[in-house]
Design a protein around this ligand. Structure first.
Ligand SMILES: [Ca+2]
Ligand SMILES: [Ca+2]
Ligand SMILES: [Ca+2]
Ligand SMILES: [Ca+2]
Length: 603
């Protein structure tokens, strides 16, 4: 196990020594025309990754897993800055839905939209050949309600796509461009479905019409209407000049909902609500010293001596998960920023290190909270790579977090593999590959097991890992894999990346800490039955878990649903049935993949 803060201190010195050497002008946001001045390109500095001391975090073991291709895309800009949204939905009954941005018609991609596939408990469907929408979009998120309806939200202007039954049937579209009711005015959205009854849709995204602020919206009817629309989070302007595209993530658990937002030129900020999005508290997880900073009008001078300073900061690749106790956990990549003359801002893609924080830790400066860095695989004491795809992020990043019923925290990320090459004879185009890693913590994030590399090969580019935030016996993970480092929209130098097929891979990483072999053997006793007022549900299970208590009518409609943190041994839950229509119901206790049912008569 690696102690979080100790490793952070040891590695920081190495980072500052090399971060100065590789430098890249911040490129323009893809597909976005901003009013601000475009950054000027400077002569590139030595594009050689700097040398660094041996990495104390090493792991050459490979996770035991099978790669399952579930789709593909040629369009390869899954994120402008490393983060992707909630793209894998673990339904808790053995089924899984997954989405990604899909477009095959280079280079304008008129066919771009949501690639979708579904695991029915036995098999994935055939790889889709087209998007699920009838119009051009992308950057999807997938969520679902307890009744099994599934909902995707995607890009510009916000599009809601849904259907009543997961895995099957036609999708209904609510394109924001033609909607007669107001919809969130955001692009590159992130969405999670939550709330006490599991039917609230929480959306954040980049609001083009309002200085690119990131705003929050809420729908309690699956996206048909929005009772909170384009809300600027409290204190936003204090810490953010604008919102970084794709530099955010969102999660919910019951009535707790939280989102994070950050980027190389701004603070990393957490907003959290315990009343399903009505009111919010603000935590500045990592404070940017110049925030709110407009790098088009002022240089990066922190100490006021008129000379620009290089500022350690976070990149925009980040993940947030809320654990079983309502505690927020955050992972984010690191980078540095320098602006010596306006308008000209640079970041340092050669900066390495994945940062971690949770709400039990001090906030304000997390730039030393390293939990993962580049691996010195051959033990030479230096990292040997000819170059790399930048993704506008750091070298170890693109994190994705999840949590299981025992409150173990799970993490995947992508990191560069030394001594690999794409074999391109042009030095400007020779690059090493990135692979996906997995690690976990059994003590709430204070100590982490050494990372394990996810199956694949040293000579594949494996990026944008994204796990379902609810982990059971599986870490349900998708990632994107192809034979060329980097993407076609953000080449390192020149244009070295031709459009080509990128595979979307699903894998189940077997949860190494507990849940895999446990069968909970839920038994229950309900009384009185028939019932008119309060139904007592006594149930016992082998080990604690988050379970769902449901009342389902004869038509299959979920009339009542309650999430309960249940303990190993005996539990009692009271269900108020006074609001339910008279009739026969099935009372279900859903624990992971297990459903235990009893018949109830309500009169
Ligand atoms: Ca200065
Ligand atoms: Ca080495
Ligand atoms: Ca690629
Ligand atoms: Ca490349």
């Amino acid at each position: 196990m690696k102690k979080l803060l100790l490793s952070g201190l040891a590695l920081t010195v190495c980072l500052s020594a090399f971060a100065q050497n590789t430098r890249e002008v911040q490129s323009r946001l893809i597909e976005k025309v901003r009013n601000r001045t475009a950054p000027v390109t400077k002569p590139s500095e030595t594009p050689i990754i700097p040398l660094r001391a041996a990495n104390p975090i090493v792991s050459q073991s490979r996770a035991s897993m099978v790669e399952i291709p579930i789709g593909s895309t040629v369009y390869d800009l899954q994120s402008n800055y490393g983060s992707v949204g909630n793209r894998v939905k673990n339904w808790g009954d053995g089924t899984v839905s997954a989405v990604w941005t899909k477009g095959d018609q280079a280079t304008a991609y008129p066919d771009r939209g949501t690639g979708y596939n579904y695991f029915n408990g036995t098999n994935w469907g055939a790889a889709p050949t087209a998007r699920i929408e009838t119009f051009r979009t992308g950057w999807p998120n997938i969520g679902g309600t307890p009744s099994g309806s599934e909902h995707s939200i995607s890009h510009t202007p916000l599009n809601v796509v849904y259907r009543g039954t997961k895995g099957t049937g036609a999708w209904t579209e609510l394109p924001g461009a033609t909607s007669t009711t107001p919809v969130p005015a955001v692009t590159w959205p992130r969405m999670v479905v939550g709330g006490a009854n599991g039917t609230t849709m929480h959306v954040i995204g980049n609001e083009n019409a309002n200085n690119f602020y990131v705003t929050y919206s809420r729908s309690q009817d699956g996206g048909l209407t929005w009772d909170l629309l384009n809300i600027t989070p409290p204190n936003f302007a204090q810490y953010h000049f604008e919102g970084s595209v794709d530099g955010y993530d969102i999660d919910s658990r019951g009535d707790v909902v939280a989102f994070i937002l950050g980027g190389f030129s701004e603070s990393l900020t957490l907003w959290k609500s315990t009343d399903n999005g009505t009111t919010w508290t603000t935590t500045v997880v990592n404070e940017f010293p110049l925030a709110p900073w407009d790098y088009n009008t002022s240089i990066s001078d922190v100490d006021g001596d008129g000379v620009a300073d290089t500022i350690p900061t976070t990149d925009s690749g980040m993940s947030l998960v809320i654990d079983n106790n309502g505690v927020c956990h955050i992972a984010v990549g690191s980078t540095r920023v320098l602006c010596e003359a306006t308008p000209d801002v640079s970041y340092f893609p050669g900066t390495d290190g994945l940062l971690y924080w949770n709400e039990t830790m001090p906030a304000g400066d997390i730039t030393n909270n390293l939990i993962a860095v580049l691996e010195d695989i051959d033990g030479s004491g230096v990292i040997e790579v000819p170059g790399f795809g930048t993704y506008q992020a750091g070298l170890t990043g693109m994190p994705s977090l999840g949590v299981d019923a025992l409150n173990n925290i799970h993490l995947t990320y992508s990191s560069l593999i030394e001594n690999t090459t794409n074999g391109n004879p042009d030095p400007a185009c020779e690059e090493s590959f990135r692979n996906v890693y997995y690690m976990y913590s059994t003590d709430g994030g204070m100590n982490w097991a050494n990372p394990t590399r996810v199956e694949g090969s040293d000579f594949d580019e494996m990026v944008h890992p994204n796990m379902a935030k609810r982990v059971d016996a599986c870490i349900h993970l998708i990632y994107h894999k192809d034979g060329e480092p980097g993407n076609t929209f953000q080449p390192q130098t020149g244009n070295c990346d031709a459009p080509g097929q990128v595979d979307v891979i699903y894998t189940c990483i077997t949860n190494p800490v507990g849940l895999n072999e446990v069968k909970n053997n839920v038994t229950m006793n309900i009384y009185p039955n028939p019932v008119a007022n309060i139904l007592n549900v006594d149930f016992s299970m082998v080990q604690g878990n988050n379970v769902k208590i449901e009342m389902v009518d004869v038509l299959g409609k979920v009339a009542y649903s309650q999430s309960v943190t249940a303990f190993g041994g005996m539990n009692n839950v009271k269900v108020d049935v006074k609001g339910l229509a008279s009739g026969v119901y099935s009372l279900n206790i859903v624990s992971g993949n297990e459903v235990t049912s009893a018949k109830v008569v309500v009169r």
